[in-house]
Ligand binder design. Structure first.
Ligand code: PGA
Length: 251
């Protein structure tokens, strides 16, 4: 059975004190009977600290926002998957549209990053999603299929068990415009179907597919009630403990 997951993507926000305070507030507000997997996605700089804060809670873990495509060596400023694993993170978010657009990360580079993550026993939240122009041009299905095909569909079924897919329409990220639950469900069902075609029904049924893009406490319930939406990758609303906790309780 697939898991419900709510992951906070803190992006380049919060200094160390603020990051620690946010994690403390979320952990304090979570109900004892929480069964959703909850992830904090801080800057690399505090990853170890935040991961350590999660160790007493069996459902809360740290995720990094990226990793280098290289194993190690002369890559000044880069952070390897091995370094991330040694900080006790459980996941790496890969292929966020802000990385794809601002840092020109191609499907091929992302494939290499996925391999780095798996070589270090880290699970991957793999992001995909279209621009508004692509949606209006009707090429969004093909685009998402290409993103998955070129970066993660080479994986074996057993490796694919460590993939969480996040559908993040670029036009909905940080814009306040959310995909309607019908629009999101349509793409999530499409992605699950691609996984059935590439692997089988069991693999698809066990893959969590998250929605991201202006998901907040006021719309999470409606989105998460859809058959193929297993949680969210949350940007802006993850920076407020009360909002974020409310989202984690929206199943
Ligand atoms: P948002 O960001 O919730 O602020 O739209 C989502 C994301 O970028 O993962």
């Amino acid at each position: 059975m697939r898991k419900n997951i709510v992951a906070g993507n803190w992006k380049m926000n919060l200094n160390r004190q603020e990051a620690v305070a946010l994690a403390e507030q979320v952990l304090a507000q979570l109900p004892a009977e929480n069964s959703t997997e909850i992830l904090f996605g801080p800057s690399f700089v505090y990853l170890h600290k935040i991961a350590k804060m999660c160790t007493d809670n069996t459902h809360v873990f740290a995720a990094s926002q990226d990793c280098s495509e290289h194993e190690s060596g002369a890559f000044t400023g880069e952070v390897s998957a091995n370094m991330i694993a040694s900080c006790n993170a459980k996941y790496i978010v890969l292929g966020h549209s802000e990385r794809r657009v601002n840092f020109k990360e191609s499907n091929q580079v992302l494939k290499t990053k996925v391999e780095q993550a798996f070589a270090n026993n880290l699970a991957v939240i793999f992001c995909c999603g279209e621009t508004l122009e692509q949606r209006e041009g009707g090429v969004h299905f093909d685009w998402i299929k290409l993103q998955l095909t070129e970066s993660i569909f080479h994986l074996s079924a057993s490796d694919f068990a460590n993939i969480v897919v996040a559908y993040e329409p670029i036009w909905a990220i940080g814009t306040g415009v959310t995909a309607s639950s019908e629009q999101a469900q349509e793409i999530h069902a499409f992605i699950r179907d691609l996984i059935i075609q590439q692997y089988d029904n069991d693999v698809a049924e066990n893959t969590s597919i998250l929605y991201g893009g202006s998901c907040k406490s006021t719309n999470a319930k409606e989105l998460f009630s859809q058959k193929d939406i297993d949680g969210g990758l949350i940007g802006g609303a993850s920076l407020n403990a009360t909002d974020f906790v409310a989202i984690t309780q929206s199943f």
